[in-house]
Ligand binder design. Structure first.
Ligand SMILES: *[C@@H]1O[C@H](CO)[C@@H](O)[C@H](O)[C@H]1NC(C)=O
Ligand SMILES: *[C@@H]1O[C@H](CO)[C@@H](O)[C@H](O)[C@H]1NC(C)=O
Length: 349
């Protein structure tokens, strides 16, 4: 008798725990993303910019092998985070003209490859600035209201996870055009302050769970190694990495105080350390190559230089951290996104 009671109790606890887990997972209705090529799933496809990649071999490891405009061999972090949150395997690009109203419900990405926090970055690259992404976000919310009602729009605003990822293009490219006005400290500081301002705007529009990615060790991407790393050594560009660290050291405490000041959850999400460690110790993570991209010869190929006519593209992209000379492979992204779960995503529930 005692044993039976115990057994029933255990079963009840198990059912409850399972329900709680599912319920928890279900409290985030959508993932809404802003930023650059790390998060873009095809928003640049119809823009008059050179920064696009909706042609092979981009997408060679994507379901169906299709080149969707993602800057990788497969899925990108917008997709992988949406999957982690139990929403969908891929996250649609808001600019995709084929989207139906229902496709908006689990969230979208407004991210545009080549953009940055500095408005000059998007202007130089003819892509969508993060501020214009906010304008599209307002349009998105009015579409949700129109098709699904005020309550649904409120649910999406209050409970979705909002992610912002930018700064690489500012640091690696726009800084060179800004060097008369800024130095290696004041420019990253300006970018971090702009990121904080962006979070405040997003909050004003109703977002309550916001995560901002740190800068990455952009000085270690294969292109930076080729151009600045020395002909034979091809080391990382440490000056650039130091600017990324400066950005992070300004952003992190600013977001922490924003988290205390505002309702909801504001997260600083560090991805610098994980990616840097992967690049230093690729074998530890099951990678073989860290200093070249898979596409082409992997030292210069990006965007239109990474194309189907380039005969040198590797066959097994899983062995590479970088897909082209700038962007990680899906498998490298997966390692990074997996590392976020315990540290950050759990804080959302
Ligand atoms: C949410 O559910 C998905 C699918 O069941 C799972 O893979 C993921 O780890 C869950 N996320 C969290 C934060 O528990
Ligand atoms: C691709 O590379 C990964 C990592 O080195 C390895 O685990 C996998 O077996 C390789 N796949 C093929 C088909 O060679």
């Amino acid at each position: 008798m005692k044993f039976q009671v115990l057994l029933i109790a255990l079963v009840l606890i198990a059912i409850e725990a399972n329900a709680a887990k599912q319920g928890k997972n279900a409290t985030i209705p959508a993932l809404i993303v802003f930023g650059d090529s790390i998060m873009d799933t095809g928003n640049n496809n119809n823009l008059p910019t050179l920064l696009k990649c909706n042609f092979p071999p981009y997408g060679k490891d994507f379901p169906g092998g299709s080149a969707t405009g993602r800057f990788s061999d497969g899925r990108v972090p917008s997709d992988l985070i949406a999957e982690k949150l139990g929403l969908a395997k891929t996250l649609p690009a808001y600019m995709n003209p084929d989207l139906k109203p229902e496709d908006l419900l689990k969230g979208v990405t407004f991210a545009s490859g080549g953009t940055g926090y500095d408005p000059l970055t998007a202007q130089m690259m003819s892509v969508i600035s993060v501020w214009d992404q906010l304008i599209y976000f307002k349009e998105y919310i009015s579409k949700i209201k129109k098709h699904f009602g005020e309550e649904k729009a409120k649910d999406i605003l209050e409970n979705s996870f909002f992610v912002v990822v930018s700064s690489s293009n500012d640091l690696a490219h726009t800084y060179l055009a800004r060097a008369l006005t800024y130095d290696r400290t004041s420019y990253p500081n300006f970018l971090a302050d702009t990121a904080v301002q962006f979070v405040r705007e997003l909050y004003k529009l109703g977002a309550r769970r916001i995560g901002v990615f740190s800068a990455v060790p952009v000085g270690c991407v294969p292109l930076q190694r080729t151009v600045f790393g020395g002909l034979l050594t091809r080391g990382c560009n440490h000056l650039l990495n130091n600017m990324a660290k400066q950005f992070n050291s300004r952003l992190s405490p600013a977001l922490d105080s924003l988290d205390k000041e505002l309702d909801g959850v504001i997260l600083y999400i560090d991805v610098y350390e994980t990616l840097y460690d992967m690049i230093q110790y690729p074998k530890k993570y099951g990678f073989e190559v860290a200093d070249r991209g898979c596409c082409g010869k992997g030292t210069l190929a990006i965007s239109y230089l990474c194309n189907a006519f380039n005969p040198f593209t590797c066959t097994n992209s899983s062995a590479y951290i970088f897909w082209d000379t700038y962007h990680p492979t899906e498998r490298a992204y997966q390692v990074i996104v997996d590392s976020l779960l315990d540290k950050y995503l759990k804080k959302l529930y």
